[in-house]
Design a protein around this ligand. Structure first.
Ligand code: SF4
Ligand code: SF4
Length: 205
């Protein structure tokens, strides 16, 4: 019994002369270590709006909402239910669209302050107006696929800004186009309408 008591006394004396192990936060700002994983943040320029982060989030705290009227996709993250697991960052297709930063002082009385979001333009089918994907995501795929992207007319047409072929698609008041037959091949179509267009071109209506 004597030995442990002496050891504790030695530790107590040593602690009197050593630096404190705790920080003085919140009195003094805490500086996180470089590997610290704090609040996830969207990086607008590197996010292409694919929504993969929402698919892999185990807490289901990332939401994707498409607005057909404005042709915009809103991706929202609620920090108040985030687990800081880093799954979103690990599975981001650009690897830089969402990253866990070093923000740690997240306590708030207002829940809306714990919301962070990013808006991205979407491309819709010119025939049935269903959402094909985010414009940035389509451009990302075209770049990745290289010449292979020419096998998919929608990918190429939707990314042809310089030819202004996608302009009608961005006009929410534009009437739905006839996608049947050969003319439909040169429209921005969802996979279902593209298949119908190909079949009607081959076999008629
Ligand atoms: S860190 Fe984890 S819980 Fe938080 S948003 Fe990313 S995937 Fe979801
Ligand atoms: S690019 Fe990354 S951050 Fe943006 S929606 Fe896709 S997975 Fe999420």
């Amino acid at each position: 019994m004597r030995y442990p008591k002496l050891r504790e006394l030695k530790e107590a004396v040593r602690s009197l002369f050593s630096r404190p192990y705790t920080t003085k936060f919140p009195k003094e700002a805490h500086i996180p270590v470089s590997a610290f994983k704090g609040a996830p943040e969207f990086h607008k320029d590197d996010c292409v709006g694919c929504g993969a982060c929402a698919e892999v989030c185990p807490a289901a705290t990332i939401y994707v909402k498409d607005d057909l009227k404005t042709r915009m996709r809103n991706i929202t993250l609620r920090l108040d239910s985030c687990l800081f697991c880093g799954n979103c960052q690990a599975n981001c297709i650009t690897q830089k669209g969402i990253m866990l930063g070093n923000k740690y002082d997240l306590a708030t009385y207002k829940r809306e302050e714990s919301i962070t979001s990013v808006d991205k333009e979407i491309i819709v089918c010119e025939h049935c107006e269903c959402v094909i994907g985010a414009k940035g995501h389509i451009r990302f795929l075209v770049k990745k696929l290289g010449v292979l992207a020419y096998g998919n007319p929608t990918l190429i047409l939707a990314s042809q800004d310089t030819l202004r072929l996608s302009e009608t698609n961005l006009d929410s008041k534009a009437p739905a186009v006839d996608a049947s037959g050969r003319p439909g091949m040169f429209k921005i179509l969802c996979p279902r309408c593209r298949r119908e267009s190909m079949l009607t071109d081959e076999y008629g209506k």
